[in-house]
Every structure is written in structure tokens, then in C-alpha cells.
Design a protein around this ligand. Structure first.
Ligand SMILES: [Zn+2]
Ligand SMILES: [Zn+2]
Length: 661
């Protein structure tokens, strides 16, 4: 029998780009070659590629028709590949500087990367060692080492990493499935890794090791403690310099620091970690935000409700939250009665579903909008807690809208209106939105009818377009129970914070068997929309503090004016000024410490109080105040009543808003 050898010819494959255009390439083409075929400039900027929705190395051959998006620094996945490669570069440098060092995991994070390492018995990596590590990294970058991907069998991987005494890696390999394991190698360094990575080390031009901290292996305090080294890298030195300036400024604006200075909130170990105590001034601030939102919600026909902080276990079993939060929940609360079990509420929604169910509902009542500043409790590991941004008890500015499928779009438009009004009043000019839709290739995993999904997805996209909101559409990011729209604000330092969200839900109405009687006299299931413009009051106030550096807009400032008597003789008039201002609903206090007035001005400037009112002989005689605006602007003496009217007017203008829906 003759053996016929056929030399397989390379086929052509079709590559589809995000704009829908299609180009043909030889099978086995790499994303980098595709970029080169478009423009040399593009080839220099790309870092990785999304191939059929999966992030790939630029140098990985593509063997079939595919949708390809070339990822640059602007793309999160691009930066991710860049920083992940930087983690490897740091590991390679450490391996040269600390022979025998063992590696745990080294992922990219939102800003930069880290690597958990075990430098060996008695070896400590300190801040003073960072420059040497940075220098070594730059050396390895200059060497332009190629980064190579390789598939490896499980047995070979175990053998290879065991020989190097990399016990942490061996533990990880043992949990992987044979046939899915890959390594990445550059120079003399090989890591167990899924990738993706940059083509070579020379992309990394500017490096900074930021800090070292202890981290238990796999977050388990019974396992060894490793050293977590954080770092950040950039393709340009200038970008690193700018980042470091921003980091310095961020330190100054840390909400935990300012929160203490301005007496806004506190934590007490006696109360418990992650449970914030709102001090009087912080409470003022929070109540102003709540009042403002309540007023807007009232005009948008929301109804305020109040529900308990705990609920029977069965309620959360019905809602499905028990399955999700049960194991991370605090312990159940048992009463003397046999078998009774309550849980701290992780979400307000189940309670609101029960309010909906309190009466038979008619289509005439829809949309029904129930709002509550509802406090919820979720367990977070103590190491994860962080000021007001990661807490164990927090209050959501929650509301649930029950409506018909046809009303979804109208409700989205209205909620967007509310969010825009808030962002404007709070000077968040810079925000982005993301629409999360179904994965069109895997429609089975979603609950709810095809018809309703199509309607809701179209409703969100159209609502954004009508509002002129540029929103990024992400397929496959929707929850199994419905599509959603998320808002991200950029603060004064350009950092992005995830805040408000609007989420469609087909699941809870099903689980709670919610119904309304339609115009056809038949029973129908309502759609539920969850929405929280601030997200949580705690997190939002933290963001607001860092955005404003504690200089809150006048309408929000816990103290709007402080009266500074020039001497003890004028304390009485100062008290009269405070009383008058309070009558005009202006939040005022007196600083009657026995200090020179210059000192009082300096101290109160530091407290970021918008108006400083100096009062002495002349002011007392003429019923006047001498006004200094925050920042040292002297407005001179004016009549007390005129000042009160001016402040009232200024506040009114700031809170002025118009409804367009
Ligand atoms: Zn890796
Ligand atoms: Zn909800």
C-alpha cells in the first residue's frame, strides 16, 4: 500500500474586527502580524488581543476564523496583560537577587500587580531593597527577553516545579486538570501561568515597587505567611511620574485620614471591625445626601418604606440569598422559641417583595416604586475591611420598581435622570456607564423569557441613546436574572469608582410568585428593577471625601459657617449670630476658644468650613459679620441678615434641578 503524503496547504481564515470589517489572512497568523498589516504604529501600541472574547498573547497563532480585537493600554485587558507580565519580570528579578526564593501567585490588579513570595528562612525584603529590584527589572527589560508560552503535561509540570522546590506551585498544579496547563518562560525564569503575556520584556520601560506586606498563602491564616510585593509599571517614564504624583495626592485625600480630621466617622473595636460609627458631623453630611435624594424621589413618585434589619431564614431561602450569602453570613440569630432562626439581612429586596405581596396588585398601580435607606450586613474577612469602602454593615439608597415589561424603558430613563441630577449637584462631571447584556452564544443560562430579555436589553440601549449617554456594551456580563446598567465616576484624581447601578430582575418576581391583574383581567408577572444611585452611603461618602478632599459643596458641608469672636467680649454677639443663622436653617457654630483670631482662622480653614465670620466691636454694633470665604477670600463686612439670605440663595441654586422625564 502506498503511503501518500499530502503537504497540507495553509488555508485562509477570516478575521472579523470590532467595527464589523473582515479581512482574510493565512491560517496561523498572529495578532501582532495582523496589527502590523494594518499599521506599524498600531503594532507598537498593541499589548494583547481578544480572540473570540478570550485574551490571547499577541504571538499566539490563530488557526481558525475569529473575531479579533487588538488591545492597547486604554483597554483594561491590555493593561492587565502588561501588568501580569510585569509581575513575571519582578519575579525573574527576585529569582536572580534572592536565590532559592519560592513563588506563590502573582496577578495583575486594578493598578499594577503583586507577587506573593517566600524569600526563605530569615530573609526579609524591605523597602530599602526596592531600588535594587527595580534596577534588576530594568536590566532584564533592556535585554528584551522573549516571553514564550508552552503547554505541559501535569506530570511534567509537577516534576519540573518539584525539582525547583517550588512547593506552592506544585500545590497549584495538583489542582489543575491535565491538558490545560501552560508555562511562560523568559530568560532563566519559568512560571506556571495561564497568561496572556507581552511578546517580550522590553515593553516594560518604567518600574516602581510600591510596598511589601504580609499575606497568608491562599488567604489562610493557618498556612505560611508570604511577602506580598506590590508594584506598578508603565510603557513611559512620564506616565510613572504622573502616577506617583497622583498617589501622593491620594494619600493626602485618604478618606480615613480626612474622616478623622473632620470628625465624620469613627470605628471602635468595642463595637466591632467594619461597623462604622457616624459622628455628628458625618451624620449631618449623610442626612443632607439622603434628604436630597428623598426629595427627588418624592417628585419621581417613589414611596418610602421601612423594613427590619433581620428576616426569617426562610425569606432568604426563598429569595436565593441564603444560597449566595449563607455561608459568608454572620451566625443565625436564635430565639427562645424552638427552631426559630433569623438572619441579618444581606439585601433589602426580599422584604420589598413581601411589601408588594401585602395586597393583590392591579396594573393600574404599576410602576410601584418602593424606596428605603436600608441597612444590610455582609461578612467580609477582617483583612479585606477598608475604611468606609469595605465594611460589614452599610446602608443602600435602595429602591425597587415593580413594573410591566413595557414600562422598563421609561423607568430606566427616569432613574438615569435621578442619577444625573445627583452627579451634577455633587460635581462629578466625569462618568462612564456600562451596559451588561447576555452572552448571545449561551442563552440557556438566563432566567426569564426570550421576549422579555429582548425587550429589556433594547430598552436599556435605547434609554442610554436617548439620554446621549455613551455607554460601553459588554456581552455576557449580565447577571443570570437580568441585564443591567452600571455607572462609574472618575474622581478629581482620575480614579474610577463604581457607584450607582440599575438592574433588571426576572428572578425574584418568579421566586416570590409576584403577580398583578392586567387590563385583560388575567394574572401577570411584574418585572422588578433594583436601583441604587449612590450604591451605599458609606462607600459614596468615602468617594465624595476623596473627590473633594473634604471641601464639600456648601449645601452639604456639615458646618456651613463658623463665627469667630475677636475677643471674649464678643462671645455673646457671636452666639446671637449663630442663633440667627440657625433660624435660617444654616448650619453654624461658634469658636469661642481663648485664642487669637488669626489662630482661629487658620484652624477653621483646615476644617474646610465654607464661611468664616469674624465678629468684633464694629460688627456687634451694626448687626454685621465680616465674611471670609474658604480659601482666604475676604468679602468684607455685611449685614447679618443679608449674609443669611445670600447663603440660603446660594444653597438653593446648587440644589436646583430640573426633571426631563
Ligand atoms: Zn503568570
Ligand atoms: Zn434589590
Amino acid at each position: 500500500m502506498a503511503i501518500v503524503r499530502v503537504r497540507r496547504m495553509k488555508n485562509m481564515i477570516k478575521i472579523t474586527f470590532p467595527d464589523g470589517s473582515v479581512r482574510e489572512y493565512k491560517e496561523g497568523i498572529t495578532s501582532l502580524e495582523i496589527a502590523e498589516s494594518i499599521s506599524p504604529r498600531l503594532a507598537q501600541e498593541v499589548l494583547a488581543a481578544s480572540v473570540n472574547g478570550e485574551t490571547w498573547d499577541l504571538t499566539r497563532p490563530i488557526g481558525h476564523d475569529a473575531t479579533v480585537k487588538l488591545l492597547k493600554w486604554e483597554d483594561e485587558e491590555g493593561r492587565h496583560a502588561y501588568w501580569h507580565s510585569s509581575a513575571h519580570l519582578m519575579a525573574e528579578a527576585l529569582q536572580e537577587l534572592y536565590p532559592g526564593i519560592k513563588f506563590g501567585i502573582g496577578p495583575a490588579i486594578e493598578n499594577g500587580f503583586y507577587y506573593d513570595v517566600d524569600p526563605g528562612e530569615g530573609v526579609v525584603i524591605k523597602e530599602s531593597d526596592f531600588p535594587a529590584i527595580e534596577k534588576k527589572m530594568l536590566e532584564l527589560s533592556a535585554a528584551k527577553e522573549e516571553i514564550r508560552r508552552q503547554s505541559i503535561s501535569k506530570a511534567d509540570a509537577v516534576k519540573m516545579f518539584s525539582e525547583r522546590n517550588e512547593n506552592y506551585k506544585v500545590e497549584l498544579i495538583n489542582e489543575l486538570q491535565d491538558g490545560t496547563i501552560t508555562t511562560y518562560t523568559q530568560g532563566s525564569f519559568t512560571d506556571l501561568c495561564r497568561g496572556p503575556h507581552l511578546p517580550n520584556t522590553s515593553y516594560i520601560k518604567a518600574v516602581k515597587i510600591l510596598s511589601a506586606a504580609g499575606a497568608y498563602w491562599r488567604g489562610d491564616e493557618k498556612r505560611p505567611q508570604l511577602t506580598r510585593l506590590y508594584g506598578i509599571t508603565f510603557p513611559k517614564k512620564k506616565m510613572l511620574d504622573e502616577y506617583l504624583v497622583m498617589l501622593e495626592e491620594a494619600k493626602k485625600r485618604d478618606h480615613r485620614k480626612i474622616g478623622k480630621e473632620l470628625e465624620l466617622f469613627a470605628f471602635s473595636s468595642n463595637v466591632g471591625a467594619g461597623l462604622p460609627l457616624w459622628l455628628p458631623k458625618g451624620t449631618q453630611l449623610r442626612l443632607r445626601l439622603e434628604d436630597f435624594l428623598k426629595k427627588i424621589q418624592n417628585e419621581f413618585d417613589y414611596q418610602q418604606v421601612i423594613t427590619p434589619h433581620i428576616g426569617a431564614k426562610q425569606l432568604y431561602v426563598t429569595s436565593g440569598h441564603y444560597a449566595k450569602y449563607g455561608k459568608d453570613s454572620f451566625q443565625p440569630i436564635h430565639t427562645p422559641e424552638e427552631g426559630e432562626e433569623f438572619l441579618l439581612k444581606p439585601m433589602n429586596c426580599p422584604h420589598h417583595c413581601e411589601i408588594y405581596k401585602a395586597f393583590p396588585r392591579s396594573y393600574k398601580e404599576l410602576p410601584l416604586r418602593l424606596a428605603e435607606f436600608g441597612t444590610v450586613y455582609r461578612y467580609e474577612q477582617s483583612g479585606e475591611l477598608h475604611g468606609l469602602t469595605r465594611v460589614r454593615g452599610f446602608t443602600q439608597d435602595d429602591a425597587h420598581i415593580f413594573c410591566t415589561p413595557d414600562q422598563v424603558k421609561g423607568e430606566f430613563l427616569k432613574v438615569m435622570d435621578i442619577i444625573f441630577i445627583l452627579f451634577k449637584a455633587l460635581n462629578f462631571e466625569n462618568f462612564e456607564a456600562q451596559i451588561s447584556l447576555r452572552d448571545p452564544n449561551d442563552k440557556d443560562k438566563y432566567i426569564g423569557s426570550e421576549e422579555n430579555w429582548e425587550k429589556a436589553e433594547a430598552a436599556i440601549v435605547e434609554a442610554c441613546a436617548e439620554k446621549g449617554l455613551k455607554a460601553k456594551v459588554v456581552l455576557g456580563e449580565a447577571a443570570f436574572y437580568g441585564p443591567k446598567l452600571d455607572f462609574m465616576v472618575k474622581d478629581a484624581l482620575g480614579r474610577r469608582w463604581q457607584l450607582g447601578t440599575i438592574q433588571v430582575d426576572y428572578n425574584l418576581p418568579e421566586r416570590f410568585e409576584l403577580e398583578y391583574t392586567g387590563a385583560d383581567n388575567q394574572k401577570h408577572r411584574p418585572v422588578m428593577i433594583h436601583r441604587a444611585p449612590f450604591g451605599s452611603m458609606e462607600r459614596f461618602v468615602a468617594v465624595l471625601i476623596e473627590h473633594t478632599a473634604g471641601k464639600f459643596p456648601l449645601w452639604l458641608a456639615p458646618t456651613q459657617a463658623v463665627v469667630l469672636p475677636v475677643s471674649e467680649k464678643h462671645n455673646e454677639y457671636a452666639q446671637h449670630v449663630v442663633k440667627t443663622l440657625k433660624k435660617h436653617e444654616i448650619r453654624a457654630e461658634v469658636d469661642d476658644r481663648n485664642e487669637k483670631v488669626g489662630r482661629k482662622i487658620r484652624d477653621n480653614e483646615l476644617k474646610r468650613i465654607p464661611y468664616l465670620l469674624v465678629v468684633g466691636e464694629k460688627e456687634a454694633e451694626n448687626e454685621e459679620v465680616s465674611v471670609r470665604k474658604q480659601g482666604g477670600i475676604d468679602l468684607g463686612s455685611i449685614k447679618l441678615l443679608t449674609f443669611a439670605q445670600n447663603v440660603t440663595q446660594e444653597v438653593k441654586e446648587m440644589m436646583n434641578w430640573e426633571r426631563t422625564n
